[in-house]
Design a protein around this ligand. Structure first.
Ligand code: CU
Length: 68
């Protein structure tokens, strides 16, 4: 199991939080996802077959790219 914390500057309301949490949770292997509009961070706990690259690609696809 792996935990990552990404900075996602595009998060600015509860709608963004909901969209991110719903979309990322659909990836196989993702155990939990918590987005925060105040800190603009997304904390994700996952295991295979999910990967950091896959999660980052998904976030970019839904217009919430990871900073840096
Ligand atoms: Cu929003």
């Amino acid at each position: 199991m792996k935990t990552v914390s990404y900075s996602v500057p595009a998060i600015n309301c509860m709608h963004c939080v909901h969209t991110i949490q719903t979309e990322v949770a659909e990836l196989k292997g993702v155990q939990s996802v918590k987005a925060d509009s105040a800190t603009k961070k997304v904390d994700i706990v996952f295991d295979t077959p999910a990967s950091e690259q896959q999660i980052k690609e998904l976030l970019a696809e839904i217009n919430y790219p990871v900073a840096g």
